[in-house]
Design a protein around this ligand. Structure first.
Ligand SMILES: Nc1nc2c(ncn2[C@@H]2O[C@H](COP(=O)(O)OP(=O)(O)OP(=O)(O)O)[C@@H](O)[C@H]2O)c(=O)[nH]1
Ligand SMILES: [Mg+2]
Length: 339
């Protein structure tokens, strides 16, 4: 499946590495979009080029506030981002909005939905909205989003919002690339339990009980009180930061300026202590470790000696002729060329 087919910015004329680098560093949005398309390409011809572009702009990356937003489908993420993002741009910020969505069938729908839900934001010259790369597994999507984030930073965006829908493991991938983790919750019962079950509440820096408007308001107040108790007993994901719980409405804008104040406070308090820098360093190390693991995994299963023996080793295992450990050792020996 080609990632290029989903993008309107597929290169027509060929750009050189210099063209990409200079364009990105100059904040040229068309070149930025094309550089991200290059990164997202699964073609082995594009990869070295994309990595060279990334390497060259890397010194200019790292300057943005990296904020992750998640919540179950329909919690109001897109509506929230529209209101929140429009406010930030109004304050003079340059905002990039990226998405991690490994379910490409879904992202088709979301993109269409977001065209209407982020109408104002998508018209802002200082906002750059990029839908999730398609046609990859979660690891691939997360990696490409992370690399796109670095390009956006190099292009001068000072806030990067990364959104993921709260299904499965994508929240953990999101947590691993942002400084600040924002969870939107529904004001009803049950949803909190969902997030708790999946261990998402443990990752938050700010939880917003969203849609706290109209008839929902009193239920939202109750949910907030409950959540405050939950959060109080959790160990914070961020050292020296007490996760907060507040109300918001993407629809009316209530609570949105306050949410931004919390985020600013987070940076004001933690940046001078080096906590954000340390988090990013740890994330880079984890990323390296993950990339090595992925690459080894891929190489292992592609290795001719491994694929030649895999079926027979599995058969022997099922017959009780080999233990799992003996089977694994046999395949690993084949992989490394040992006798
Ligand atoms: N009352 C109320 N409704 C809202 C609010 N925000 C969003 N909605 C409505 O809730 C529905 C879903 O909103 P979205 O912003 O698309 O939610 P989402 O989390 O992006 O949904 P997915 O992209 O499907 O995960 C829409 O019908 C919105 O109009 C809010 O603050 N208050
Ligand atoms: Mg949405």
């Amino acid at each position: 499946m080609s990632t290029l087919s989903t993008n309107t910015s597929t290169p027509r004329t060929t750009l050189t590495v210099d063209d990409y680098v200079n364009g990105v560093l100059a904040g040229n949005r068309t070149v930025l979009a094309r550089a991200i398309t290059l990164l997202e390409s699964s073609s082995s011809l594009h990869e070295p080029l994309a990595q060279e572009v990334l390497r060259r702009v890397l010194p200019e990356s790292g300057k943005a506030k990296r904020i992750g937003i998640t919540g179950v489908p329909g919690v109001g993420k897109s509506t929230f981002i529209e209101t929140f993002g429009t406010m930030l741009v109004g304050k003079g910020h340059k905002l990039a909005v990226l998405t991690i969505d490994p379910t490409s069938a879904r992202s088709g729908g979301s993109i269409l939905g977001d065209k209407t839900r982020m109408q104002k934001l998508s018209r802002e010259p200082n906002a750059f909205i990029r839908p999730s790369p398609a046609g990859h597994n979660l690891g691939g999507v997360a990696r490409k989003t992370r690399e796109a984030m670095l390009l956006c930073e190099a292009a001068g965006f000072d806030i990067v919002l990364v959104e993921t829908v709260g299904v499965g493991q994508s929240e953990t991938a999101l947590r691993s690339m942002v400084d600040f983790f924002l969870l939107l919750q529904l004001p009803g019962a049950g949803d909190e339990l969902q997030a708790m079950k999946k261990g998402i509440v443990e990752m938050v820096d700010l939880m917003l009980v969203n849609k706290a408007d109209g008839e929902n308001r009193s239920r939202a107040e109750l949910a907030r009180a409950e959540q405050e108790i939950v959060v109080h007993y959790l160990e914070s994901a961020t050292p020296e930061w007490k996760p907060q719980v507040a109300l918001s409405s993407g629809l009316t804008g209530d609570g949105i300026p306050q949410a931004w104040e919390v985020i600013e406070k987070f940076y004001r308090e933690l940046e001078p202590k080096g906590i954000i820098k340390r988090r990013r360093q740890q994330q880079s190390i984890d990323w390296l470790t993950d990339l090595i693991a992925d690459e080894l995994h891929r190489k292992f299963y592609q290795h001719p000696a491994v694929s030649a023996q895999l079926a027979s080793v599995k058969g022997a295992l099922l017959q009780g002729e080999l233990t799992p450990m003996q089977g694994a050792k046999k395949l690993l020996a084949a992989f490394s060329g040992e006798k």
